[in-house]
Design a protein around this ligand. Structure first.
Ligand code: ATP
Length: 219
């Protein structure tokens, strides 16, 4: 699903932020990506998301070398991934429902074809009562769940979540983790970037640990 071979990345003329990364992400797998602040977790997620290119080394996503991916195939590869950003990136002028439905609207789908599915997903993440409000009136945890629902609505094969429990209390954090585990059981590969040891200790999952630009893997 994802393969890195000796990947290095530097921003501009700066130092190498990621060094000699070699690892792969299997279909239907579940893993945490961790390491101290500034270790490069977000940078690594951006490489997988095809929003950054490696300075050296080879990355292949869904079996295709990313240096060969452009135009339509880039859009197709991105559509197979769901992302939950640290800062949610909800659009404040659209309701919660409209935010979650947006990826499908962008794909040109008719509302009648997806309305029931969006409503069902909003209920699943516990936002059934909040679907018609605008994001500025949602709490931090509600925004987080809306961002998760928007990432899931495209039924991604690979879900990337950057600190998905960063803004919620431990109880909601546990519920969100169960949601990701359930999604993984349904067949999606999941990568959760987090500092939260309390969260990681709840699941016996693979850990990808970044430290000083290098990756250590604990299976
Ligand atoms: N656009 C950029 N331009 C230059 N340097 C950057 C850029 N983005 C990140 N960096 C640097 O790259 C390093 C890794 O940053 P990154 O955001 O990937 O770390 P992180 O592990 O996700 O951190 P956090 O846990 O605090 O979110 C840091 O030293 C950061 O300052």
């Amino acid at each position: 699903m994802v393969r890195f071979d000796n990947v290095g990345l530097r921003y501009g003329m700066g130092p190498e932020v990621l060094k000699d990364l070699t690892f792969s992400i299997a279909p239907r797998s579940f893993q945490f990506l961790t390491g101290p602040s500034g270790a490069g977790k977000t940078t690594l997620l951006r490489l997988i998301l095809l929003s950054l290119k490696p300075t050296r080394g080879l990355i292949s996503i869904f079996g295709t070398d990313v240096s060969q991916i452009a135009g339509d195939s880039l859009t197709t590869a991105r559509r197979r991934m769901g992302v939950v950003f640290q800062d949610f990136r909800l659009l404040d002028h659209l309701t919660t429902y409209e935010n979650v439905a947006l990826p499908l609207r962008v794909q040109g789908k008719e509302e009648a074809s997806y309305r029931a599915e969006v409503v069902e997903l909003l209920r699943w993440v516990g936002l059934g009562e909040r679907m018609h409000v605008l994001p500025p009136v949602l709490s931090g945890g509600e925004k987080q769940r809306a961002a998760i629902a928007r990432a899931l609505i495209v039924r991604p094969e690979l879900l990337l979540a950057d600190e998905p429990t960063g803004n919620v209390d431990p109880n909601l954090g546990r519920r969100l983790l169960r949601l990701f585990i359930e999604l993984n059981r349904l067949g999606t590969s999941v990568i959760i970037a987090t500092h939260d040891f309390g969260l990681m200790d709840q699941v016996d999952a693979r850990r990808l640990v970044l430290a000083e630009g290098r990756l250590h893997i604990y299976d």
